[in-house]
Design a binder for this molecule. Structure first.
Ligand code: SAM
Length: 278
């Protein structure tokens, strides 16, 4: 069967199993297994060899039973970057691009800023910042060993020098960075336990520790930020759409110039604030 016909049949199968964007999913999986792009896929008239057909068929089944597409293709686009993704590490989301935009805007006037991304996952935020500000010194942390390994691989893949450290929040950072950071940025786990139970299966396929935290990590970051930031340095965090007022209040207790910023859909998405003079 030609790939174009196979896409049609597979899309119908995926749709029948309630998979979102069935045609795009079938195309992405087939492009992955054939090692081609969309033009190559539709130009091809040969059928699949037995091995590729088996791998593709298995991936369709896994997708139908809730495995995220990105865990099957091993790739996710984030801003200008193609990032490697593996099961066990959070898949970067498009809404986090807003976090990066606000972070970059916050440090736009600072020459060679010192930046730390907490809870880096694939390295998405840290690498996007380093890609836009090559002269910045960028470090990243994560508690997850799998995330730290993957972020380091993505850093090498793109030739973007980000130092990745394993540990809780800021604890693995060199101590001499205390009081010197221009920007502390984080997309922490912020889903509540109750929300977690209602998430689709494919989201619950991602690590629990990367998803669930409510506003606890925000609170801990606000407590740590004044000691690690330069005066006027920025703490910029992503939040859940209904966490704006709560995180704003946490920020206002310790930071100045606090703002809640919206995403493209008009929902609260990012909170930022600046360290006070010591
Ligand atoms: C929502 S994911 C964000 C990943 C990545 N920054 C992104 O936006 O794609 C949260 C990440 O924080 C990490 N994490 C959770 N608790 C942490 C902690 N106490 N210290 C450091 N990292 C933590 C998780 O392992 C996960 O990789």
């Amino acid at each position: 069967m030609k790939p174009a016909d196979l896409v049609r049949r597979s899309a119908a199968y995926l749709e029948a199993h309630g998979v979102e964007s069935p045609r795009a999913t079938a195309e992405a999986l087939l492009m992955h297994y054939l090692g081609t792009d969309r033009a190559g896929l539709y130009a091809r008239t040969d059928g699949l060899d037995a091995r590729t057909a088996k791998l593709y068929g298995r991936a369709l089944c896994q997708r139908c039973s809730g495995t995220p597409l990105q865990y099957l293709t091993g790739e996710q686009r984030f801003m200008e970057l193609s990032l490697s993704v593996v099961p066990g590490v959070f898949v970067p989301r498009p809404e986090t691009e807003r976090l990066v935009e606000v972070a970059l805007e916050s440090i736009a006037a600072i020459p060679a800023p010192l930046v730390v991304d907490v809870g880096t996952g694939t390295g998405a935020v840290a690498l996007a910042i380093k890609g836009s500000r090559p002269e910045a010194r960028v470090l990243a942390t994560d508690v997850s060993e799998a995330a730290v390994t993957l972020a380091a691989q993505n850093s090498a893949r793109h030739g973007l020098n980000v130092a990745v450290h394993q540990g809780d929040l800021l604890s693995p950072l060199p101590a001499d960075l205390r009081g010197r950071l221009d920007l502390l940025v984080s997309n922490p786990p912020y889903v509540t336990r109750e929300e977690y139970e209602t998430l689709p299966e494919e989201v619950r396929a991602e690590p629990y520790e990367a998803l669930v935290g409510g506003t606890q990590v925000h609170e801990r970051l606000v407590e740590l930020a004044p000691a690690w930031l330069v005066p006027d340095g920025w703490l910029v965090v992503e939040i859940g759409a209904d966490q704006g007022a709560l995180v704003q209040a946490l920020f206002e207790a310790r930071l100045d110039q606090v703002e809640v910023l919206l995403d493209l859909a008009g929902r609260d998405r990012v909170v930022r604030g600046r360290a006070r003079a010591r």
